[in-house]
Design a protein around this ligand. Structure first.
Ligand SMILES: Nc1ncnc2c1ncn2[C@@H]1O[C@H](COP(=O)(O)OP(=O)(O)OP(=O)(O)O)[C@@H](O)[C@H]1O
Length: 316
């Protein structure tokens, strides 16, 4: 039986008359990494800030480690680490001085030297914060969030601005923390990051959760794709019956683009067809759905819904 570390029910958050989060339910389980994804302005940061206790919800309930994160902020401090999207470091302090200051503010000491090594900042320890590159600052943000060995870590776009190598370093640190049992909530615009790290996720759009579940279930619910150039010697009429759907516009252009919920069956049909006709399959691809597909599906469905509503609206 899992233990919920975070539970939110019917969560709503408003800025004046504008409702940024419109009634969401969330559950984050002990030891998992939960990714909160979404379009720009979807309400991810607002949700995260509410879970962190930085703002009170306008409606609904939130429990973090069994407490109200806004009312019981001081009791949660020390158990929770927060990496904000933008932090306000004192630019004149060096990395080492900033880390010391953070340790003094926190209630528990931890192995700061080790954390600096892990995040490849030890050799820069005496450099002033204002002289750091954007990526180094981001790594310092992550370092400070994990100081004090929190049970729960909030990471708001932790790898934005990092070069590919630093991203890999940050991912490894995050995986190590997961292995140590730290629970994490992460927001990101990098879908490969969520695909690589998340156990469960939610995709937000315009203040609501459009898709949620385990990474495996979310990907399995989306259709897989098979594509290849239709060889000139085999007209479209010779293609087998597929479980999935062919894109007729692409077929007219000589390209087979098939979306299917039964990848294995349709792949077997393609291979048998190729073998019967003795033709090459040029530019062949077969792939399970990616988070990219799921994400675009959310936006496209919304666009279709909006367009339909517009048309209905116009007809009235
Ligand atoms: N202080 C504020 N006052 C008024 N509106 C705000 C404020 N902060 C955010 N908003 C609005 O609330 C909505 C949600 O913002 P939020 O920053 O939570 O989204 P997000 O999903 O984190 O976006 P992004 O991916 O672009 O960072 C947006 O429409 C934003 O313009």
């Amino acid at each position: 039986m899992f233990t919920p570390v975070i539970e939110a029910a019917g969560l709503r958050c408003s800025y004046g008359s504008f409702e940024a989060v419109r009634g969401i339910d969330l559950e984050v389980r002990q030891g998992e990494l939960f990714a909160l994804l979404g379009t720009n302005g979807a309400g991810k940061t607002t949700t995260l800030e509410t879970l962190e206790g930085m703002r009170a919800p306008s409606a609904g309930t939130v429990r973090v480690l069994g407490m109200d994160p806004h009312e019981e902020r001081t009791r949660l401090r020390g158990r929770v680490g927060i990496m904000l999207q933008e932090s306000g470091f004192a630019g004149d302090l060096t990395i080492a001085e900033t880390v010391r200051l953070w340790q003094d503010l926190g209630s528990r000491r931890s192995d700061a030297e080790y954390a600096m090594e892990r995040l490849d900042l030890a050799h820069r320890r005496d450099v002033r914060v204002k002289q750091l590159s954007g990526g180094e600052r981001r790594r310092l943000d992550l370092l400070l969030a994990m100081l004090g060995k929190p049970e729960l870590l909030f990471l708001d776009e932790p790898t934005t601005g990092l070069d590919p190598e630093s991203r890999v370093t940050a991912w490894q640190v995050i995986r190590d923390l997961l292995a140590e049992g730290v629970t994490m909530v992460l927001t990101t615009h990098y879908l490969d990051e969520a695909e690589s790290l998340a156990h469960r996720l939610a995709i937000m759009h315009e203040g609501r959760i459009a898709v949620a579940g385990s990474l495996v279930d979310v990907l399995a619910a989306e259709r897989a794709r098979i594509s290849f150039d239709l060889p000139a010697e085999t007209p479209a009429g010779t293609l087998p019956e597929f479980a999935g759907d062919l894109d007729p516009a692409q077929l007219a252009e000589g390209r087979v683009e098939l979306s299917t919920s039964d990848l294995e069956r349709d792949l077997t049909a393609v291979v048998q067809w190729r073998s019967a006709h003795q033709v090459p399959l040029r530019r062949f691809r077969a792939q399970h759905a990616s988070l990219d597909d799921v994400f675009h599906g959310v936006v496209d469905r919304d666009r279709t819904r909006t367009t339909t509503t517009d048309v209905v609206g116009e007809a009235r």
